[in-house]
Design a protein. Structure first.
Length: 318
């Protein structure tokens, strides 16, 4: 992983320092899919990168007919995966907007996920896309033993994904999101699931960040001393544990894990651990993600405030 130095402006594009993905995004916007095929085929045995690349490409392709055209012209596993991801993105957008077309788009997305899964059975990514849709179906499989609240949810689908890829990052985040209050879940279930999933993961896994994601989701600016939550010993210890056990391994990542670094850097900054936060924010280079900063206000302003508090350079005038 080589994020590069900060040269005065943030780079918000989710491709970050994945140069091949950034070029594929440019081509997709121009209506070309060959580079998308190449960057996806290159990840057939790297499911974490495959999930990330397919999601970023789908976000670029969702407002065009590129995915449908590619699938019609070249019905490969990669074309089917992008079509499934595009259908997922469209369905989620419509459902979140409470658009009446959401139901039809959900059925299209589910069928597209099934088609992609058949073409490359060992790939968990189509199933992850289907898991993203599960919050609109409110599945009620019983929870496994070990959870205090035993919240029902899409446990069978999640378990199937874990059999294909036990530490699939996106699957864990999608599953946790099922229990967010804004998606019909509850605070007790959210905390129970975040704790359960993070503690079963290795110490050096990015999945240890899941409680920090839940903490941001739980943030209420109107609550008394809301910003002091991260100063509580349990959360300071959680952030420091991730810093000590996971952060050193990011130097060996294929690409900079911008979103995970942002959650960790934010938690350390909020806990007033500026030395550690400085290292994490530095590792991000110029790359930025809107979460978790946008939960607290304007993301650029909040990120800039954190960088300034850590003694790091901040953007100059545009």
């Amino acid at each position: 992983m080589t994020a590069g130095s900060f040269e005065g402006q943030y780079v918000w594009h989710p491709a970050a320092d994945d140069r091949e993905l950034a070029q594929a995004c440019t081509d997709v916007r121009a209506g070309r899919y060959l580079s998308a095929h190449n960057v996806l085929k290159d990840t057939r045995t790297d499911f974490e990168v495959r999930a990330h690349r397919s999601l970023v490409l789908a976000s670029e392709a969702a407002d065009s007919d590129l995915a449908e055209r590619w699938l019609a012209e070249e019905p490969s596993a990669e074309a089917a995966l992008l079509a499934a991801r595009v259908a997922m993105v469209r369905a989620l957008r419509m459902a979140d907007a409470r658009d009446g077309r959401a139901g039809a788009l959900m059925r299209i997305a589910t069928a597209a996920c099934g088609r992609a899964a058949k073409l490359l059975p060992q790939d968990p990514t189509p199933w992850v896309a289907q898991l993203a849709l599960a919050r609109f179906e409110r599945s009620h499989d019983p929870a496994p033993k070990g959870l205090l609240t035993a919240p029902p949810g899409p446990w069978q689908l999640f378990s199937h994904i874990l059999r294909l890829d036990p530490w699939n990052r996106e699957a864990h985040h999608r599953f946790l999101a099922f229990f967010f209050t804004r998606h019909g879940g509850s605070a007790s279930a959210r905390w129970d699931v975040a704790s359960f999933l993070s503690h079963r993961a290795p110490l050096n896994s990015a999945l240890r960040l899941l409680p920090l994601v839940a903490l941001v989701e739980d943030y209420d600016p109107a609550a008394l001393l809301a910003d002091s939550t991260w100063l509580q010993p349990q959360w300071t210890a959680t952030a420091l544990g991730i810093y000590q056990n996971w952060f050193p391994h990011t130097a060996h990542y294929r690409f900079t894990p911008v979103l995970d670094l942002a959650y960790l850097g934010h938690a350390l900054y909020m806990a007033k651990r500026e030395f550690e936060a400085r290292e994490v924010l530095t590792a991000m280079g110029p790359y930025a993600s809107r979460m978790p900063w946008s939960a607290f206000g304007d993301p650029e302003e909040r990120l800039t405030r954190a960088r300034r508090a850590c003694g790091l350079p901040t953007p100059g005038p545009a």
